[in-house]
Design a protein around this ligand. Structure first.
Ligand SMILES: Nc1ncnc2c1ncn2[C@@H]1O[C@H](COP(=O)(O)OP(=O)(O)OP(=O)(O)O)[C@@H](O)[C@H]1O
Ligand SMILES: [Mg+2]
Length: 243
């Protein structure tokens, strides 16, 4: 099944994406031919057991690694097509894709606030504007009281919320989140998911969230479940978020 797009040029699309690590007898066939599509404004869940290729798929989409074959289109732009890939990967990652990794990977020697403000600054915003935007996001994620601390002085859950703020800072058209709520309690997991969903609606962002979280899974309207290297599409319950 494919989804109707309000604007097809803004979607995420994977056609028959294959990723094999290594070759010969020791080759790992992590992804065997995935078709996947996310519309603008949509938040889609990506589920599957450990080792089923979820992170691999996100890394292919985010141009962190190259697939072995297949085609990937982001926002109407082909970024990978059977061995060919787009030239300026740095610009793609900086301007278009908000990543939330399984681990926060914050820059240790600058403040929490500057970790979030850095990308908007690199994208050309004034320092004041970038810090204002960063503070807004830290407030929405309830970690603004730690804005002047260094990342190592924060708890794991706080660091993850900073990493989420950083991913949202440039208002990227695509957000790829790898178990973003894993270190969070259920109340905060819901806050994060609600924020992502609101953002998706507001800015027509296309979002993929990898998760095992039973609090989160019933909120998706649509899901993909990875099994044997293939993504199977499912309808979700689409439960509303508590106020
Ligand atoms: N760099 C690599 N080299 C070789 N094999 C790899 C590499 N990265 C991942 N794999 C293998 O590819 C398969 C898919 O891994 P991946 O990390 O995508 O799984 P995952 O679904 O994200 O798992 P988890 O839920 O544990 O994070 C696994 O069998 C893994 O061991
Ligand atoms: Mg993973």
């Amino acid at each position: 099944m494919t989804t109707e797009h309000s604007n097809p040029s803004l979607a995420i699309r994977m056609d028959n994406v294959v990723k094999t690590y290594g070759s010969g007898a020791t080759a790992v066939h992590a992804v065997k031919g995935v078709n996947l599509e996310v519309s603008p404004g949509e938040v889609v869940g990506l589920l599957g057991p450990s080792g089923s290729g979820k992170t691999t798929l996100l890394q292919c989409l985010g141009a962190v690694i190259d697939p072995t074959s297949g085609k990937i289109v982001l926002g109407g732009e082909v970024i990978y097509d059977n061995g060919w890939r787009v030239g300026d990967l740095r610009a793609l990652r900086r301007d278009k894709i908000g990543f939330v990794f399984q681990a926060p990977y914050l820059i240790p020697f600058i403040s929490v606030l500057d970790n979030v403000a850095l990308l908007p600054m690199l994208a050309g915003q004034s320092n004041n504007k970038a810090r204002e935007r960063a503070m807004e996001l830290l407030t929405a994620l309830e970690v603004d009281h730690r804005s002047h601390a260094k990342p190592s002085e924060l708890s794991g859950g706080e660091q993850q919320r900073v990493a989420i703020a950083r991913a949202l800072a440039n208002k990227p058209p695509f957000i790829l989140a790898d178990e973003p709520t894993a270190p969070l309690d259920s109340e905060r997991s819901l806050i994060v998911m609600k924020l992502l969903t609101k953002l998706a609606e507001q800015y027509q962002t296309a979002i993929i969230v990898v998760t095992h979280d039973d609090i989160i899974i019933p909120r998706f309207k649509r899901l993909y479940r990875l099994r044997d290297g293939i993504a199977h599409e499912e309808q979700g319950q689409g439960l509303p978020f508590p106020d």
